[in-house]
Design a protein around this ligand. Structure first.
Ligand code: NAD
Length: 510
């Protein structure tokens, strides 16, 4: 396969998309931070980074904007997000293509990511008329007790390379309807898609009319700029998506100044295939979950427990699917598996496979696919049959490696399933109602996402998204995740002529 020969010119195409979306050239040409396309490994831009002082000034401006924006009625704030949804619909093909160029996602996944942005906009528009609190029974006569939800302040957003735009939109759509301002530190591996998203938001702002200046800011830079934001007292909430390593650094820094955090960290997701499973369905779900996005989703299926009674039926079919999957240029619609993001990702994959072999694993696939260009890293997804869950299996390697293990006992496999640090996504394939319900019960999967007869990846925006344990405990996107972006006040109003104290306390002064 000669990716280079087949590839369109990613440098020219990225520049053409940015220009079409209205991103100023000086933001991505002649700067100090390179951006590479994993499609060919070429440098596609050089971005201007912000200094710590410039980052602080942008946060200051966002704080000022927040103070005006919080007074705009929420349904009116929703109108801005409705316009953002419209602009995203118009720009879907371009932004999706840029995601493919800069993050290496196959075409349908690049477009799918933009669709996810559109979906969260629709959700947030409805939400802008539903930011309601409770009215609560009070023990005192002539009193009313209620909850109100207020805007919080500047929401800091840190994102990972693998969902370069959707995660920003999950946070931004909610944060803006909740009356906050946003400051975004995108991944240094995908800064162009960030500039493009900001330009699309600016189009919506131009159509909306009056929006306080500085309401949405982008900080181009590396993790040091992320740390500037994390330490800034004008940022009461940081929603940080990335590795558990990053969360271990960011979490304590935020806790130290009592700031809030939404941590969306690494996953080590598992599936269980039971004796009664619909194996055709399991096969398709496992193939997409484990090989899709070249294994670079937080929800990627990494561990598969297969009951001994179906192991010899399912696993050979799975190996066949692995052998035949098309690895190649993500800009060509025929490819199902695109490139790894960079060389360190490839090296980590090879290291994990070497370790797995040393621990008794049998590896199918995993080798580099000739790309015609030394700087692009395409690999055959790897399926590793492991005698038990040990060594590299217990850690997330951000690459397409699926560890397959045989099980006999249901209770024991649930314990194994939960015996890793991360707790993001999980799934069971069974037609046995007892197994399915046990998996979803308090003694079943310990993850933030638990599915039945659906794979681990590909969540919809309507549900709250996030995971437990080393995944960080944060929730964003749907359901009542919005509450994390607001502050709650409990209000008690006394409309009586007396002043009774709660719990019958008396404090009578002369
Ligand atoms: P990463 O942790 O290397 O970087 C993520 C972001 O954090 C980047 O913007 C980076 O600059 C920033 N960062 C890193 N250290 C920082 C620090 N000390 N202070 C402030 N910012 C810092 O992750 P990555 O390689 O871009 O992405 C892959 C990882 O992200 C995987 O572990 C994956 O599971 C995880 N992820 C999780 C979710 C989720 O929702 N749970 C979603 C996507 C990706």
């Amino acid at each position: 396969m000669n990716i280079a020969a087949k590839a369109v010119n990613v440098v020219e195409e990225a520049a053409a998309i940015l220009s079409k979306l209205g991103v100023a050239e000086q933001l991505y040409k002649g700067g100090d931070m390179p951006s590479y396309s994993p499609v060919t490994g070429q440098e596609i831009a050089r971005l201007k980074t912000v200094s710590a002082a410039e980052a602080a000034a942008k946060i200051e401006a966002a704080d000022k904007a927040f103070r005006a924006w919080r007074n705009v009625p929420a349904p009116k704030r929703g109108e801005l997000i409705r316009l953002l949804g419209e602009e995203l619909r118009a720009a879907k093909a371009d932004l999706g293509r840029l995601v493919s160029i800069e993050a290496g996602k196959i075409t349908s996944e690049g477009l799918g990511e933009v669709q996810e942005m559109i979906d969260i906009c629709d959700f947030a528009v409805g939400l802008s008329r539903q930011l309601y609190g409770l009215t609560i029974a009070t023990e005192r006569p002539g009193h009313r007790m209620m909850e109100t939800w207020h805007p919080l302040g500047v929401v800091g957003i840190i994102t990972a390379f693998n969902f370069p735009v959707a995660v920003w939109s999950w946070n931004t759509a909610l944060a803006l309807v909740c009356g906050n301002a946003v400051v975004w530190k995108p991944s240094e591996k995908t800064p162009l898609t960030a500039l493009a998203s900001q330009a699309i938001l600016e189009r919506a702002i131009a159509r909306f009319g009056e929006v306080p200046e500085g309401l949405s800011q982008v900080l181009i830079g590396d993790r040091a700029i992320g740390e500037v934001m994390v330490d800034n007292p004008k940022v009461p909430l940081v929603s940080a998506t990335g590795s558990t390593r990053m969360g271990r650094e960011v979490g304590p820094r935020l806790a130290k100044r009592f700031a809030r955090s939404i941590l969306e960290l690494g996953g080590n997701n598992a599936g269980i295939v039971c004796p009664s499973a619909d194996l055709d369905m399991a096969l398709r779900a496992v193939a997409f979950g484990a090989m899709g996005t070249a294994g670079q989703r937080c929800t990627t299926l990494r561990r598969l427990f297969v009951h001994e009674s179906v192991y010899d039926t399912l696993v050979p079919r799975l190996k066949k699917a692995y052998a035949s999957v098309s690895v190649g240029n993500p800009l060509e619609t025929s490819a199902l598996v695109g490139p790894l993001i960079d060389k360190p990702a490839f090296d980590n994959m090879q290291k994990a496979l070497t370790e797995a072999k040393a621990q008794g694993g049998t590896v199918t696939g995993g080798e580099r696919v000739e790309a015609g260009q030394a700087t692009a890293y395409y690999v055959k997804p790897a399926l590793v049959e492991m005698p038990k869950q040990q060594g590299p299996v217990v850690e997330e390697t951000f690459a397409p490696i699926l560890y397959v293990m045989k099980y006999t006992d249901f209770d024991a496999v649930i314990a194994e399933h939960n015996a890793v640090g991360a707790g993001l996504s999980s799934s069971i394939f069974t037609l046995d109602m007892r197994e399915a319900e046990t998996f979803l019960s308090s003694e079943g999967s310990d993850c933030g996402i638990a599915n039945v007869n659906i794979g681990t990846s590909g969540a919809e925006i309507g549900g709250a998204f996030g995971g437990e344990k080393e995944t960080g405990g944060g929730r964003e996107s749907g359901s009542d995740a919005w509450k994390a972006y607001m502050r709650r006040a409990t209000n008690t109003v006394n409309y009586s002529k007396a002043l009774p104290l709660a719990q019958g306390v008396s404090f009578d002064i002369e």
